[in-house]
Design a protein around this ligand. Structure first.
Ligand SMILES: [Zn+2]
Length: 190
């Protein structure tokens, strides 16, 4: 199926969705009913499973997703989203929920760079980025241990200079098959 067919399918469905007022059952506000912001992975298996396994419906939480559920930079867009959720959108707790069998687990930069080259990114481009001070290998590197990765992200959030000290930051790992949560960091105990 070509991409444009998939897009047209989405647009056709969307038209009916709006016309038939399907949105009415999702109406809510921008403030989370459960005063939380959750950072998790973009994994497809978590799309519905994670909210169902945590009893979350539309309007319940702020949800941030990236590959791995990682805060890789203290002044990147993920950390900014968390701060906005806390300061502007009434989130009072932060949850980092990574998962087992994550695509970022054990991810090495080299095969990704090889794929980029196969898709037409030139050696010169990589050289230019390197000369500009960008460490592509480090940037594309995943994590080796999911629990340690969660602890690290919790640590960055908890100790961020702009983070209020009274916001608990919890760390968990979810099973992408059963939805079972393992608690790694209980933010109420720190
Ligand atoms: Zn993942």
């Amino acid at each position: 199926m070509s991409n444009s067919t998939l897009l047209n399918e989405l647009l056709d469905y969307n038209k009916k969705f709006v016309e038939q007022h399907e949105y009415e059952k999702y109406e809510t506000t921008k403030f989370p009913n459960k005063r939380m912001v959750i950072l998790t992975c973009m994994d497809t298996r978590l799309l519905e499973l994670l909210p169902k396994a945590l009893n979350l419906g539309n309007g319940d939480v702020k949800l941030i997703k990236d590959a791995g559920g990682l805060v890789s930079h203290p002044f990147g867009s993920v950390m900014r989203s968390i701060l906005i959720a806390v300061y502007q959108l009434k989130a009072q707790e932060v949850l980092v929920i990574a998962h087992y069998d994550c695509g970022m687990s054990g991810l090495k930069a080299e095969p990704v760079i090889e794929s980029m080259k196969e898709r037409g990114i030139s050696d010169e481009t990589f050289d230019t980025l390197t000369y500009s001070g960008i460490n592509i290998k480090q940037w594309l590197h995943g994590f080796d241990n999911v629990a340690e990765s969660v602890e690290h992200s919790v640590d960055i959030i908890k100790n961020h200079p702009l983070m209020p000290k009274d916001v608990p930051v919890h760390g968990l790992v979810i099973d992408p098959k059963t939805g079972k949560l393992d608690l790694i960091v209980d933010g109420n105990k720190n």
